[in-house]
Design a protein around this ligand. Sequence first.
Ligand code: FAD
Length: 408
Amino acid sequence: MAGVVIVGAGHGGSQCAASLRDAGFQDAVTLVDVEGVTPYHKPPLSKAYLKDADANPQLLRADTFYTDHDIEVRHNTTVSAIDRDGKSVVFADGTSLPYDYLVLATGATPRMPDLDGINLSGVFALRTLDDAQRLRSASAEAENVVVIGGGFIGMEAACTFAGQEKNVTVVEMAPRILGRAVAPAISEHVHNRCQDMGIRIITSMAPEAIEGDGSVSGVRLANGEVIASDLVVVGIGVVPETALADAAGLACDNGVSVDGRMQTSDPSIFAIGDCCNYHHWQADRNVRLESVQNATDQARHVAKAITGDGGEYREVPWFWSDQGDMKLQMVGLSFEPDRFLVSGNPDENAFAVYHFKDGNLIAIDTINRPADHMLGRKFIEAGFTPSDDDILEGPAKLKQLFRNLRQA
Ligand code: FAD
């Protein structure tokens, strides 16, 4: 048997290889990645790793794990094509490797704005360990940092650099930071707190060009202001890595389209993580999610599907972000919420925002309120909506409700 070939050894791909072995899969498992390093955690790249010049990458699993579990890891190896008829992948050097099942875990690539000066030295995107290493060493000498994009990665980088006493400006095109992902009350709180840390945040404003001669010297905004800068971090989102799937004729629509088993339009090929697009039961629409939880849970699901034990994927999405003294945790999917309820006290930097639609709890955003987050996962999973009074009474009451729910 040819076994399973997994393209991409990030969070999803590595988990899939491990879960296949956990499930007792006996045939070959080959993990292929362009990068030349043992698979590592990405979240610290904009947090602890960026902050500390001596920090090492955090490995997902020890080096020895892969050999101990008979998982072949091919580093520095690009899959350049899928031969669906021959059921093999073709590498950049022209050689090929057959598969019984192929798992695409190719992740995503930072979106870069079409701006004059985008290729100047001192302009960085942040996705890989290599990006983080280069950004960290360039930041050692930098004094003025402009972050283009007030999403999670942009705000995390901004907080990191502000903590190093650099002058930091965030330029966000939308009317509020984190606007795609959290409730307005959370955006406002993070905005104010980051400003208190000394970060200048400019919303509803587009950058027009990056200025400099060889290396960056400033960012020119649409209103003509030029913000002096010796380092620019671009964090305006990512594009799913679908080139292989597209070229192989697999259905793609903002990601590789998969069904509830994470199977693509070819039954021998699965796709997981940032690169895939699937129908979410709770939101009742197609989504493409970018989180460690999404990639790893889908990886576990595919391992079950391949070993004959897979149903529909039904995990509740969750995500976290660390910004200054704020631990943000988000659970659920908030599409068209019609009501929000705030529990806790924003002035104490610890509160939760519950999102409702048609009377149902659909998502919760929390800042420094882990209990609401953990219990919220269970409530959303069970389709249970606590009353406003119970929510406002706080975690002790919610824990009691959860116990009742478990016993029911
Ligand atoms: P990836 O982990 O990106 O892995 C994809 C791999 O595929 C890459 O290694 C790539 O080299 C490889 N590849 C692509 N094409 C090919 C090819 N043709 N041949 C061979 N190899 C290929 N998520 C959270 O939940 N919380 C956080 O706090 C958080 N912080 C983050 C901070 C940063 C700086 C970044 C970049 C991401 C963060 N994320 C966070 C998001 C999270 O890391 C991603 O959602 C997750 O990595 C997705 O896993 P994946 O396996 O789909 O893709």
